[in-house]
Design a binder for this molecule. Structure first.
Ligand code: GLA
Length: 384
């Protein structure tokens, strides 16, 4: 609903009869480049966005958790912390409860909690509404339990919640962006060493905007395609005798082509070339600047469409139309099979690009897209 912290505090008091102990916030993310590279020990370059999830929380004296939200107001989920196991919670509550379960499993006792959640991150749009929810609860529980976990440890807590409680075999990119992001910067992350570096991404300063084009085609990463791509990557690494696809370079591809079936080879080629593109993007940002990113975005999209096969007609229409209408570059972002694409545009061109994409969707008979600009924002933390 996009409530302000003070409004969420009032709603919490109405719901639970007492004031919250505090309000915590965690942003969604856009991945600038580096898709499906995270679980291959590779590189990613996401940034936290100015759309976030807020959690009002208060510790309880027992081991009960009560979770409510503004997006499913009739759902009051009650859970006993001692009885939480994977499979015991369904739907959106698996994310917040999964975080508490993961913290306990890692040896950090969480008190019972009352939680009220509000979010301005569109769900199913590929902007990591799930990581925003996990990270908001993770920073709240971390503060209220005095567990003193580091940001990197909280990333793992969020990932474990999603992998085991929700059942989506995802990597660490989304939680890393949500927890490590800073205003005006992207997060360059090495998913093997977990070292990260902030890379300045001042779009406004150079007259650019980044448009999110939400296709409204909803996706889920706990089923189907995402897991299948992960298995192909693991198979490719095994057949090529490397610990992870991160260990291959573009030069190794010619030999790999002779050792793999055609489809596995294309999956591998996407990961290997995408890792190179992330590193090129970091070089471009620290050299020529964001205007020069366009071609890398376009090549990344083609690789996801043709080699990794995770795009769809709506994403391709958004990307192709944006580029024809003057965007410097565009690509789908996130896990794929729906969700959003991004377009890098000169500020003066953004209305024309948005109009062209909206018209192309109408002509194709697709549901109208939601198109809006995003800015690199700061990561999760306490806001009240
Ligand atoms: C989803 C996952 C991430 C990452 C992306 C693809 O967002 O949660 O871990 O794998 O897909 O880059």
């Amino acid at each position: 609903m996009n409530l302000r912290p003070s409004e969420l505090a009032v709603a919490f008091t109405e719901r639970f009869g007492d004031k919250p102990a505090g309000i915590w916030s965690a942003p969604g993310r856009v991945n600038l480049i580096g898709e499906h590279t995270d679980y291959n020990d590779g590189f990613v370059l996401p940034f936290a966005i100015n759309h976030s999830t807020l959690v009002a929380a208060r510790p309880r004296s027992d081991r009960t958790v009560r979770v409510c939200s503004t997006f499913a107001p009739d759902d009051v989920v009650l859970a006993d912390l001692d009885a939480l196991v994977p499979g015991s919670v369904e739907g959106w509550a698996a994310y917040p409860l999964g975080v508490l379960w993961a913290m306990e499993r890692a040896g950090y006792f969480s008190p019972g909690l009352d939680l009220l959640i509000d979010s301005s991150v569109p769900v199913g749009a590929g902007l990591s509404s799930s990581a925003a929810l996990e990270c908001a609860v993770a920073v709240a529980a971390n503060d209220l339990s005095a567990a003193s976990l580091s940001r990197t440890e909280l990333v793992t807590i969020g990932q474990v919640a999603e992998n085991e409680m929700v059942g989506a075999p995802t990597g660490i990119m989304d939680q890393s962006a949500s927890l490590l992001g800073e205003e005006g910067h992207a997060v360059f992350l090495d998913c093997r060493s977990r070292e990260s570096r902030l890379v300045p991404l001042d779009l406004k300063g150079v007259g650019l905007e980044l448009l999110v084009m939400d296709t409204r085609v909803s996706h889920s990463h706990s089923t189907g395609g995402y897991a299948a791509r992960r298995r192909s990557c693991e198979l490719g690494a095994e057949l090529l005798g490397v610990p992870a696809l991160r260990d291959l370079s573009v030069r190794d591809l010619a030999e790999a082509a002779g050792l793999l079936d055609e489809e596995t080879f294309r999956r591998v080629r996407h990961i290997v070339t995408e890792n190179a593109r992330v590193q090129d993007a970091v070089d471009v940002l620290s050299g020529k600047g964001p205007v020069a990113l366009g071609q890398l975005l376009n090549t990344s999209h083609a690789s996801m469409r043709d080699d990794f096969e995770i795009s769809c007609a709506e994403l391709d229409t958004a990307v192709d139309t944006a580029v024809s209408a003057g965007a410097l570059g565009a690509r789908m972002t996130g896990g794929g099979f729906g969700g959003a694409a991004i377009a890098l545009v000169r500020s003066g061109d953004s209305a024309a690009v948005a109009d062209a994409v909206t018209r192309a969707f109408a002509d194709a008979g697709f549901t109208a897209p939601m198109i809006f600009p995003v800015l690199p924002a700061s990561g999760a933390g306490r806001v009240a």
